[in-house]
Write a protein that binds this ligand. Structure first.
Ligand code: GLU
Length: 582
């Protein structure tokens, strides 16, 4: 096997001892060892192999909850519910009860893949001027995020509820035990969460976040502290009892509406908006890539963008090259730029705008786009696929606050799910112990360009904002499971996911090698990257592609592959995740 020649070698301070803290019996003694562990963090192996089942997610406590459910005979969907419930508590900067998600589900028996869409929706009262000020100028991003207007109807729990009705095995109410215990007894604040609490993100100093993250002595929680969240436990009790209705109707719904109606920039979100929310399910968007089939969710997810990038790379020789080859990275970057240009132009909520999907993914069209790769960079613009509507340019800004989960159960069913509150701590506003999303800022702030052409991703009442999230599952042509992968990272998700798929499928790296490999995010005229060896940097610079390195490109990739001997999983060394199985 070819080895990756450069990758992040970060040592991750994962809270190993915290894994033990979910058991109440161990809690007393664990408290001490946990603190020692944080002061002197052990290096925890992030990758894993297993025979029967596996989970990879962004926090070891969430992984443990998922593995426990699988060991108790639960399905991948059961595990996803338990993992999401824990992540919303221990990684509140990224996802939770107040956020949304996209998921691809593979059913081992029928070999079908289903896409679930739990994307947040805009209230019925939203207009395409939502993010414009009184003079028609775009609001400053932070002002929009912190306003009541940024919150869409949360969809992650409704999506999981729907998927659980379809494919759950254990009773819904039994899936929240671990999260409930951690909320009641407290969980150990991880270094990453502590970093977010102390960060300059405006949400970290929003009043609700400040209150939650300040100790009785007036100082902020730091890594190693035990944080309790009784309100979160109460919210879980409602959701365990009533399903998604426990969140979208009744007292929690009332509190959500009241909180977002408060200034600054109050929302029109109503109880009816919450009660009327419906997640979607459909066949996944599956396209061939070399010897494989790659399945992603449909628009408005990042699935189409990722499929375009793969479709362009299909017409290159990147598969014959490897990660030490500067030309391979040039092709990778050019395919990314072409795909970003198209998805930015054309992808929006297909219930509201015409997304020319067949034209964009037509092999002839993609071949023509691949011919634009050339030998040096030049300007890149959107293409003209068949059925392309006349739409205006996009003005969407997407910072990162999201998480990725991959799961395989003992029956061989698979979940790849990206889940989000949009930015770090969402809008910074809390209800019931969890953060409310700011997902509506994923809409284009400007509804039209100067000539009045409408952006595909303009705000609309009841509309879902375009996403970059593109959880992927890879199959053989006979629809047998090969791999599952995905990442958070705002608009960079497309580049992260493309890298991990090329590394796994073309360069035959292991999941850990593939997720650790340096990232390169090429979009428009911006080329940002982790560390790359000088010869690659020089080669790319000679092709008019100057890489700005160390730009904090922060993926949170998780990946699992199937092998004849079982499963191999890997988790991104840039965050705190692990893969574990049995
Ligand atoms: N809100 C983004 C999206 O849905 C994801 C942000 C992130 O990855 O941090 O595409």
């Amino acid at each position: 096997m070819r080895r990756p020649i450069f990758a992040l070698g970060l040592s991750v301070s994962v809270l190993a001892a915290a894994l033990a803290s979910a058991s109440p019996a161990a809690a007393q003694t664990a408290a001490l060892t946990e603190r020692t562990a944080v002061a002197n963090p052990p290096r925890v192996e992030q990758s894993a192999t297993s025979r029967h089942a596996m989970v990879a997610a962004a926090n070891p406590l969430a992984v443990k909850a998922g593995v426990d459910v699988l060991e108790a005979g639960g399905s991948v969907i059961d595990a996803a519910v338990a993992i999401q419930a824990v992540l919303g508590l221990v990684e509140p900067q990224s996802s939770g009860l107040g956020g949304g998600a996209f998921m691809v589900y593979y059913d081992a028996k029928t070999r079908q893949t289903t896409a679930y869409d739990g994307r947040e929706t805009a209230p019925a009262g939203a207009t395409n001027r939502l993010f414009l000020d009184e003079n028609g100028k775009r609001l400053p991003f932070a002002e929009a995020v912190l306003g009541g207007i940024s919150t869409g109807v949360p969809g992650a729990i409704a999506m999981l509820d729907m998927a659980h009705r379809d494919h759950g095995k254990l009773p819904w109410a039994k899936l929240f035990g671990e999260a409930h215990l951690l909320a009641e007894d407290g969980f150990i604040v991880s270094p990453r969460l502590a970093g977010m609490i102390a960060s300059k993100a405006p949400q970290a100093s929003a009043p609700d976040a400040k209150r939650y993250f300040t100790k009785a002595d007036g100082t902020p929680y730091v890594a190693g502290d035990r944080l309790k969240n009784a309100d979160y436990a109460r919210s879980l009790e409602r959701i365990a009892k009533y399903g998604a209705s426990g969140l979208l109707t009744g007292t929690l719904a009332q509190q959500i509406v009241e909180r977002v109606h408060e200034g600054p920039r109050p929302s029109t979100l109503s109880l009816a908006d919450l009660a009327n929310y419906r997640p979607h399910s459909s066949a996944a968007l599956c396209r061939p890539y070399r010897l494989y089939i790659v399945c992603t969710p449909q628009a408005p997810s990042g699935g189409p963008g990722l499929q375009i990038a793969l479709g362009v790379l299909e017409h290159t020789d990147i598969g014959k090259r490897d990660a030490s080859d500067e030309k391979a990275w040039f092709e990778f970057a050019q395919a990314s730029r072409l795909a970003y240009a198209d998805r930015d132009r054309y992808v929006g909520d297909p219930a509201f705008v015409k997304v020319p999907l067949e034209g964009l993914l037509d092999p002839e069209y993609l071949k023509g786009r691949a011919a634009e790769i050339g030998e040096k960079t030049g300007p890149v613009t959107f293409g003209r696929p068949k059925g392309a509507p006349d739409v205006g340019p996009d003005a969407t800004n997407e910072p990162g606050g999201t998480s990725h989960i991959v799961i395989i159960d003992a029956q061989g069913n698979v979940v790849s799910m990206t889940t989000t509150v949009e930015s770090i701590f969402g809008s910074g506003r809390m209800v019931g112990g969890f953060f409310l999303n700011n997902q509506l800022t994923d809409f284009s702030f400007s509804p039209t360009d100067e000539d009045g052409a409408k952006a595909a991703n303009a705000v609309g009442p009841g509309k879902r904002p375009r996403s970059s999230m593109a959880p992927a599952i890879v199959l053989t042509p006979q629809h047998r499971f090969v791999a599952a992968a995905g990442s958070p990272g705002g608009s960079a998700i497309q580049a992260y996911n493309l890298k991990v798929l090329v590394a796994l499928l073309d360069w035959k790296m292991t999941p850990q090698e593939a997720v650790s490999l340096s990232n390169l995010v090429a979009k428009g005229d911006s080329y940002s990257a982790d560390t790359f060896p000088q010869p690659i940097m020089d080669g790319l610079a000679a092709r008019n592609m100057p890489l700005s390195t160390g730009k904090g490109e922060e993926s949170g990739l998780q990946a699992i592959i199937a092998t004849p001997k079982g499963y191999i999983g890997g988790a991104d060394p840039r965050r705190e995740g692990v893969a574990r199985g049995f």
